[in-house]
Design a protein around this ligand. Structure first.
Ligand SMILES: [Ca+2]
Ligand SMILES: [Ca+2]
Ligand SMILES: [Zn+2]
Length: 380
């Protein structure tokens, strides 16, 4: 297979997320239970039984692991290409992307500003300054969804940073699913193992400019995969073309199957006339230039995720002291300043305790959600 396979719909499977999801469901009862809890919470948000608490914009620190084979220099993408991807995410998750104007008028009221922004991390886990772009040279010529090998240095990839504090993004060369097909990327839904949490995107589908290649050169593969990371499902319901599946979001119409390329509006399926399928949604498989919206329902589902299993991102992480930095010292000679120094120390201690409290509350929430899931399974 070559990169050309990526643009051939007959051999292409765009995204490996559902394959990973099914594997984790088969492997882990913990994952099953956590997923049940996460879905229960999402259902509460969807039905309005629980309302969204957050009002502002959340900013998610991102670390991009560029895993490149020196034999293919194009894989070692430039910082500018990485930054272009962050720019695309910031547009798409705030509905400030210019092409949102292409949303059919019937669906314009459903367009959502998800109130999520992304920035390259400026502190690494040890508190040192970083660009948020980590380059790792590898001998591997291909990585695979079912091995998650790009996510570990022991298998030729790069180790993640703590998944409670960072969105880990791996960018690499060739990427394969379980059947050996080329894919553009994959994500792990929330609730999975922290050591493999994050999204993976092939360099030729990452960002704009540089090595990005049409029709996946507008950064929408990452928009789609980060959607999964925030718990969004494929808009067609992953039911092999049937009308039985659902993305568990009410304001996206039921649709039979995925779309490729650049469809013309409308595309009718699953008794959804006259407006048909919402193929311009980021959670379909259309070309980058043909997808440009999230709905309010999808935004609500992402809020359920952000206020539940990923609530650590709503809490500003504690700012660790850089290694070797001198701790601020209170001058001892002047009583007033000494007292102020003590007050500052007390304030920092209170902030630290508040941070601990919020983290504990988040953990408790996740446990409660998991217990809800277990209780539902017992009752059901
Ligand atoms: Ca739907
Ligand atoms: Ca369907
Ligand atoms: Zn997908």
């Amino acid at each position: 297979m070559t990169e050309l396979d990526l643009v051939n719909p007959r051999t292409r499977e765009v995204c490996g997320t559902m394959e990973v999801h099914r594997r984790l469901l088969n492997q882990s009862t913990t994952y099953q239970e956590r997923r049940a809890g996460i879905e229960n919470r999402a259902l509460d948000y969807e039905r309005g039984a629980r309302s969204i608490a957050r009002t502002g914009v959340v900013t998610i620190p991102v670390v991009v692991h560029v895993v490149h084979n020196p034999a293919v220099p194009a894989q070692n993408i430039a910082d500018a290409q990485v930054r272009s991807q962050i720019d695309v995410l910031n547009q798409d998750y705030r509905a400030t992307n210019p092409d949102v104007a292409g949303v059919p008028s019937v669906w314009r009221p459903r367009v959502a500003d998800a109130r999520i922004e992304f920035r390259l991390a400026d502190r690494d886990p040890d508190g040192n300054t970083t660009t948020g772009i980590i380059r790792t040279s590898t001998a591997a010529t291909s990585f695979a969804t079912f091995r998650d090998d790009v996510k570990s240095s022991s298998t030729g990839g790069a180790d993640p940073w703590p998944s409670d504090d960072y969105l880990n993004v791996w960018v690499c060369g060739d990427l394969r699913d379980q059947r050996g097909r080329s894919i553009l990327g994959y994500a792990q839904f929330p609730g999975g193992p922290p050591t493999t949490d994050g999204v993976v995107v092939v360099h030729s589908c990452f960002g704009t400019g540089g090595s990005a290649r049409a029709p996946f050169d507008l950064g929408r593969t990452a928009t789609h995969e980060v959607g999964h990371w925030l718990d969004l499902r494929h808009i067609w319901g992953d039911d092999d073309g049937a009308c039985s599946g659902s993305d568990l979001v009410a304001d996206t119409p039921d649709q039979a199957d995925k779309h490729f390329g650049t469809p013309t509006f409308p595309q009718i399926s699953c008794k959804n006339a006259p407006d048909g399928d919402m193929f311009m949604n980021y959670m379909d498989y259309t070309d980058d230039a043909a997808m440009f919206m999230f709905t309010r329902g999808q935004s609500t589902r992402m809020d359920s995720c952000l206020e539940g299993v990923r609530a650590s991102f709503l809490v500003a992480p504690p700012a660790p002291q850089p290694a070797g930095a001198a701790a601020p010292t209170a001058p001892a000679s002047h009583g007033q300043q000494g007292a102020e120094g003590d007050l500052d120390a007390l304030r920092r201690e209170v902030e630290r305790l508040e941070g601990d409290y919020r983290r504990l509350a988040t953990t408790l929430d996740a446990i409660r959600a998991a217990l809800d899931g277990v209780a539902d399974r017992v009752v059901g």
